[in-house]
Design a protein. Structure first.
Lengths: 301, 315
């Protein structure tokens, strides 16, 4: 019991209020996705035309869509496809990106040069365009979209890992380990990777958010997740509801996307050790006053 | 400076050349033969199929076709649409102007609002900073299609101020039709630019050279302009370059949302119809726009910061 309490305290301290709020929100979304069949009030694909565009009521807590499907249930089931895709994208790009980045940072020289240039080239292409081209090749669907975005996200994550690992590479402890005869594999995986873990995890959370946005954009365009499947991006593309003025049907999934990505970026920034923006940080009054004095330049101009 | 220019131009052409190979090569690796688009659901005779393949030069090896296509592109001939039979250059030309106008309108909004919010947040710590920070944390996570949906439901459907889809005739009509799409594109970028500007200016305000200049009694306006802003420019320029490039990519989404007849909508339509000559042309142009934006921001940096002109020869 005591250890649970202290873990909670440590987590609270490390993540801060904003980080804990974000984490709580993400846990709720994740639980909803995993337990969707248990928590959803209705079958997400059960339509009843009598309920078309029904407003919020006891039968449909958030109302129903154009063919009378329960909106809340579709949102809950939609969390599944909306989270599964980005999870695969981030997983695959970490699996390929981390080894490449570690190799590049360890050996340096031409290995580093080649890897860095390839990353730059892929980074120069917009991920969305790459995904649209892949869909042109293989037809619309979640798989081609996920494959294309995984490739596009490798440099995003690998460049950060490479930079962080290079800083570690030149620290004295790495030389000390090398002198003791430990091999490259052991040092990079057990020491360097462990030391840069917070940055990797934090940036992976942020990448998860962006992948969610990109994938939802593709689903919105009808290129990734296909229509009858409940998905947040697909739900926003219901232009019929929007033009008839039923904004809840369109904006509720949109708001969920925004909140999820917001929570991911806030949490990611906290984990990777970025300072929270001023409005979230509780600072002693003295520091605020000092900052005001220091920057009166601007206030006057 | 000249050397840096040459170097950037070389890198730009190399990237374009490599991506043209990738784009051309990958589209012809697609499962199913490209000529099936022309036949639709009909099953052609072997002779008809052979004739069509010959007319489209599909009976020639890939490198030869690539070379023909590339020389054609360099002479302004982008090929013929397989669906409409129009020259691709005509279809692309019709959309290009609209897309450029859309990106321009969006970036003007981003510069005006992003820079203003960023500067206000940096120079007025406390409440203003807090409000801007809260606002931008949210806007950087609003994808353009959600912004489009919101704008359409409020300003097109509820208030009826702007059309929900399509653009009108003439420049005035075009601009009116492009206002909502431009705002949808600008929402995310505004927040991003505001954050970059705030951090860059804050960073400079805390530097010793700024404190020194103030202590020496230089007018605050001068310190702000030539000490703070000038030094804060490089990250801001990089951000603007990245955002302009990203805006070109986002037109794929926003033009489809608002049914704007531009390059983005053309791309999505051609992908759906498997009209490969059009897809190749627009994809290459989007990549070109992307690469040019990044190179341009590098060059502008070098103009602003003399140190980079020296460094350019080594990097």
């Amino acid at each position: 019991m005591n250890s649970v309490k202290s873990t909670w305290k440590r987590l609270n301290k490390a993540l801060g209020r904003s980080g804990m709020l974000s984490l709580a929100f993400l846990v709720v979304v994740l639980l909803a996705a995993v337990l969707a069949p248990l928590v959803a009030p209705a079958d997400p694909n059960q339509s009843s035309l009598l309920d078309a565009y029904a407003g919020p009521s006891g039968a449909h807590l958030l109302g129903a869509d154009g063919i009378g499907r329960d909106l809340l249930s579709r949102l809950i089931f939609g969390a599944r496809t909306s989270l599964l895709g980005p999870a695969l994208i981030v997983g695959v790009s970490l699996l390929i990106g981390i080894p490449l980045a570690l190799l590049a940072s360890w050996y340096g020289g031409w290995v580093d040069g080649v890897v860095a240039r390839v990353f730059d080239l892929v980074y120069a292409l917009p991920g969305l365009l790459l995904a649209v081209l892949t869909v042109a090749l293989f037809g619309p669907g979640l798989t081609p979209a996920v494959v294309a975005l995984s490739i596009a996200y490798i440099p995003f994550l690998a460049r950060i890992v490479r930079a962080a690992a290079r800083q570690q590479r030149v620290s004295p402890y790495v030389d000390a380990l090398a002198v003791q005869g430990f091999g490259m594999l052991r040092i990079t995986v057990r020491h360097i990777l462990r030391n840069i873990a917070p940055v990797v995890v934090g940036q992976a959370a942020i990448a998860f958010g962006y992948a969610l946005l990109d994938l939802a954009s593709l689903s919105y365009l009808g290129l990734a997740v296909q229509a009858p499947t409940p998905d947040w991006g697909v739900m926003v593309s219901d232009s019929d509801a929007m033009l008839k003025g039923y904004w809840l049907q369109v904006l509720a999934p949109g708001v969920l996307i925004v909140l999820t990505v917001l929570a991911l970026t806030v949490l990611g920034a906290r984990i990777s050790g970025e300072k929270p923006p001023g409005y979230l940080r509780r600072r002693p009054a003295k520091a605020v006053a000092a900052e005001k004095n220091r920057t009166t330049v601007g206030a006057a101009a | 400076m000249g050397r840096l220019l040459l170097q950037r131009l070389g890198g730009l052409l190399t990237t374009l050349f490599l991506s043209s190979i990738v784009i051309f090569g990958s589209l012809y690796l697609a499962p199913g033969s490209p000529e099936n688009v022309i036949f639709g659901s009909r099953t052609p005779t072997a002779a008809a199929r052979a004739a069509v393949r010959h007319r489209l030069h599909l009976d020639q090896p890939l490198p030869v076709r690539y070379w023909d296509w590339l020389t054609g592109v360099l002479h302004g001939d982008l090929g013929t649409s397989m669906v409409t039979g129009q020259p691709v250059a005509d279809r692309v030309g019709a959309g290009l102007g609209t897309t450029l106008l859309l990106v321009l309108m969006s970036m003007i909004m981003v510069l005006v609002f992003g820079l203003t919010m960023g500067l206000l947040a940096a120079l007025l710590p406390g409440r203003v900073d807090g409000v801007v920070n809260a606002l931008t944390s949210v806007t950087v996570t609003v994808p353009s299609f959600v912004a489009s949906a919101l704008l359409i439901s409020v300003f097109a459907v509820q208030l009826g101020w702007f059309p929900a889809s399509g653009v009108g005739q003439g420049l005035g009509g075009r601009i009116q039709g492009l206002v909502l799409p431009a705002v949808a594109l600008a929402v995310l970028s505004c927040g991003f630019l505001a954050r970059v500007t705030r951090n860059a200016v804050r960073d400079q305000l805390e530097r010793e050279h700024v404190q020194t200049a103030l202590v020496r009694g230089l007018p605050r306006r001068t310190v702000l302009r030539s000490h703070v802003l000038r030094n804060a420019l490089p990250p801001i320029i990089t951000a603007v370059g990245l955002l302009t490039a990203g805006t070109f990519a986002s037109t794929l989404v926003v033009e489809s949302a608002f049914a704007v007849p531009g390059m983005g909508q053309l791309t999505i339509q051609s992908v759906a119809q498997k009209d490969f000559p059009v897809v190749q042309a627009v994809a290459l142009m989007l990549v070109a726009a992307f690469v040019v934006c990044n190179a341009a921001s590098d060059l502008i940096q070098a103009v602003v910061d003399p140190r980079l002109r020296e460094a350019g020869s080594t990097s």
